[in-house]
Design a protein around this ligand. Sequence first.
Ligand code: SF4
Ligand code: SF4
Length: 223
Amino acid sequence: MIVAEQKPLDEVYEFAKKYKKVLIMGCGTCVTVCMAGGEKEVGIVANQLRLKAKENGDDFVVDEHTITRQCDKEFFDEETARKIKAADAVVSMACGVGVQYSAEVFPDMLVYPGLNTKFFGTNVEQGVWAERCAGCGECVVGDFGGVCPISRCSKSIMNGPCGGSSDGTCEINPDVDCAWQLIYDRMDKLGKLDELEKNQPIKDWSTARDGGPRTVKRDDVKL
Ligand code: SF4
Ligand code: SF4
């Protein structure tokens, strides 16, 4: 899933207080799962803004609404359109994709981000999410026992390790497991250590962000 965390309330308040009526719009998919921008969080942020406005003597109305996904047009139904058009600005509690897509669907509406989008990751324990994929466009985890050296090694080393790890943790951040220790242990367990002796070719980064904004085109499903 896409993992995000809430912006500080003061930052959202600065957007909101410039308008008479602001809609806080949540997203029911990834950001609900990572407890940043779902219906519950929208309710909390909306109430915090209302309280702060009361304390500060600012005069604006805060409405709230959550849709299933802000990255798909089909979920912008009539009720959502009515709520958006009734507002002067929207604070989207979706990931950066949802924020931009909401602005694309409603080009006359000002849409502000309520979250900071972090990475593609997973929930490793209650309250902890960790990065697992950098969207490089050419997945190679099959050569590394299912552990991604690009997103999980701090230096994205394809022919590792760097030699700096200590007690299985990364020299860049001791709170993070060394990806190459994980790769080694996993390949050892799978009886495939010999495969790590193969030199990995230089990666073609044009399939990643380095090649500019990407598009996936599927002629077989295009209308
Ligand atoms: S190799 Fe690329 S696509 Fe596969 S998990 Fe790593 S970053 Fe993601
Ligand atoms: S210590 Fe491990 S994870 Fe950290 S940079 Fe070196 S090889 Fe990569």
